[in-house]
Ligand binder design. Structure first.
Ligand code: SAM
Length: 301
């Protein structure tokens, strides 16, 4: 190992600001799904598990089927007008959401009360739902999930996510119950559960105290600390690997040079992979001059 490589420890010059749980706020998710077991793994590992243990995050899983009262607990039916597939019926979804959201965060139906001992609910009269809790339908027709949408969602204390299945949900869920619709992207999943897990994961990273190293979320790709750029390359030990060495500037201990190099690499990576992102970013004169040297010109020029 050369001399520069041995100075790696000295390059950790930024003091991270770590918020303790006592100063942090918490977020509660109410998830409405036909497959609550799907959430078990993602909620019990790594950052999400730790955030739950520190009471920064809580998740209540509501099985929509528990809110059916017919003998076969039917949650779907054939579409009016014919066609293939099944559509999720509105009443179990309305009943589940209106029952849970008119109760304190953390409330769930006791398993023995499913189907048989449901709290009273009026199918004809809308329940007074809390105005500060978005009710979000997972759907490929919704607005696209981006880091700024994640940041927006992270400002709420409580959020409800409805996971569709089959061919989707009855339109009355969309028109009368939900307040927002979010898509993971222009492709179709079999259900909204994976989309809901992605939202929980991305939002959790932004809860102060949920990550050990607070600056890392701020300086991720698309995050405000990077002005929405993609993050540049990162290296760790060993210094040399299969003939490729880590850039010496990162081992120099010169904080300003490290920062400048990282900024330039983020600019180059964004230019190479997502050049249109640069149109939306407030670039300094220095950034612009650097990008021009690498063949970039502002849109319209
Ligand atoms: N027929 C629906 C349509 O064309 O819009 C798609 C139904 S999809 C097979 C079943 C469920 O998966 C949806 O109700 C939704 O909850 C979820 N889903 C599918 N693709 C999704 C996406 N890109 N983003 C978020 N949720 C999605």
């Amino acid at each position: 190992m050369n001399e520069i490589a041995q100075t790696t420890e000295q390059t950790q010059v930024t003091e991270p600001k770590i918020e303790t749980p006592s100063t942090a706020r918490s977020i509660h998710f109410d998830i409405f799904t036909l497959f609550p077991e799907m959430f078990t793994g993602p909620l019990s590992e790594s950052i999400i598990r730790r955030a739950r243990e520190r009471s920064l995050l809580s998740v209540a899983l509501h099985n929509i089927r528990d809110y059916t009262t017919d003998r076969h607990h039917v949650c779907d039916d054939t579409p009016y007008g014919g066609g293939g597939g099944m559509v999720m019926k509105p009443d179990p979804i309305f009943r589940a959401v209106e029952t849970a959201l008119t109760r304190p965060a953390g409330w769930t139906l006791a398993p023995e009360d499913a189907y048989v001992n449901l709290p009273p609910w009026d199918a004809e009269t809308p329940a007074p739902l809390p105005a500060d809790t978005p009710i979000i339908l997972m759907t490929p027709q919704g607005r696209r999930l981006t880091q700024s949408v994640v940041a927006e969602l992270s400002q709420y204390r409580r959020l409800a996510l409805i996971c569709g299945r089959y061919e989707g949900v009855d339109e009355r869920v969309r028109t009368q119950l939900v307040t927002d619709e979010i898509s993971l992207g222009d492709y179709v999943l079999s259900g909204g559960e994976l989309a809901a897990m992605v939202i929980i994961d991305a939002v959790t990273r932004l809860i102060p105290g949920a990550l050990g190293y607070e600056l890392s979320a701020h300086q991720d790709s698309h995050a405000p600390g990077l002005d929405g750029l993609l993050e540049g390359p990162q290296y760790t030990r060993p210094y040399a690997f299969r003939g490729e060495v880590a850039p010496d500037v990162l081992l120099s201990g010169h904080h300003a040079n490290v920062e400048r190099w990282r900024r330039e690499q983020a600019l180059l990576r964004t230019l190479a992979r997502r050049p249109r992102l640069l149109d939306r970013i407030n670039l300094s004169q220095k950034d612009q001059a650097f990008l021009r040297q690498h063949g970039w010109s502002p849109r319209g020029e």
